[in-house]
Design a binder for this molecule. Structure first.
Ligand code: PEP
Length: 261
């Protein structure tokens, strides 16, 4: 049994409105030539949500709309926040949570990550939950422990039904935006470990169907080797998702890898 891959573009805090519109149009035009099995998700800054949902809602659209963050709270007096019900209202389907940049710069703890995931799941959105170790944790050999703790504090608190609607992104922090990618073997080793953690808690079938994707300096040159690993179900792409040509090549790699395994 095989499953198609997923490629998610995380634009972070980049692009003017015009640049965002151009990028979406370029990706849309390029993808119109393809008959894709790979799922594609674009996660622009929240203020451009409508831009991406407008395009994603077109009948022949080849991508889904996602965002990069959501409030842990319901609606109400939380100045500056955007709730999961607002995302649902805007027809956003996916949302990244627990990205290492949010953990580092905005104090997002595992508790907060869990609350955000539950908010999204309650609104029928798909959380893309990021986990991963920093360079010191990798060098000291603690990377498996670190990731296991993150999974236990978040994913393990979900019901099986919620787990089935959740994507896990393994993003070694030392590889994010650094140009240094995990080797395919390093990615496979960790992602098979994560799948074994899911299996232990939720059983073999849920573990098989759970999407576990890789993020960290993934680009057109290394994507195929990484995506061809048996436990790598696709990629969360930062910098390389800002260039339509490069992003399309990564989608092509996912498509090829999806047909191989
Ligand atoms: C990310 O931000 O999720 C990411 C993987 O970034 P980059 O591809 O730029 O390393």
């Amino acid at each position: 049994m095989s499953k198609s891959k997923i490629v998610i573009g995380n634009w972070k805090m980049n692009n003017s409105f015009d640049e965002a519109e151009q990028l979406i149009t370029d990706i849309e035009e390029s993808l119109s030539d393809y008959q894709l099995d790979t799922e594609v998700v674009l996660c622009p800054p929240a203020i451009y949500a409508e831009l991406v949902t407008d395009h994603a809602s077109l009948e022949d659209s080849k991508f889904y709309a996602g965002l990069q963050n959501v409030s842990e709270y319901d609606n109400g007096a939380y100045t500056g926040e955007v709730s999961a019900s607002m995302l649902a209202n805007m027809d956003v389907d996916f949302c990244i949570v627990g990205h290492s940049e949010r953990r580092k710069y905005f104090g997002e703890t595992d508790d907060i990550v869990l609350k955000k995931m539950v908010q999204l799941l309650n609104q029928q959105l798909i959380p893309v939950m990021c986990c991963g170790e920093n360079i010191d944790e990798r060098k000291s050999g603690n990377h498996f422990d670190v990731v296991q703790k993150q999974i236990e504090a978040t994913i393990y608190k979900l019901t099986p039904e919620q787990m089935e609607r959740t994507i896990i992104a393994y993003e070694p922090i030392w590889a994010i935006g650094t140009g240094e990618t995990a080797t395919p073997a390093q990615a496979q080793e960790m992602m098979s470990f994560i799948r074994s953690l899911i299996e232990r808690k939720f059983g073999t079938e849920v573990a098989f169907y759970t999407y576990i994707i890789y993020g960290g300096s993934c680009n057109a040159s290394n994507a195929l080797n990484i995506f061809s690993q048996p436990d790598v179900d696709g990629g969360l792409i930062g910098g390389a998702s800002l260039k339509a040509d490069e992003f399309i090549k990564i989608i092509e790699a996912a498509e090829t890898a999806g047909k191989e395994n």
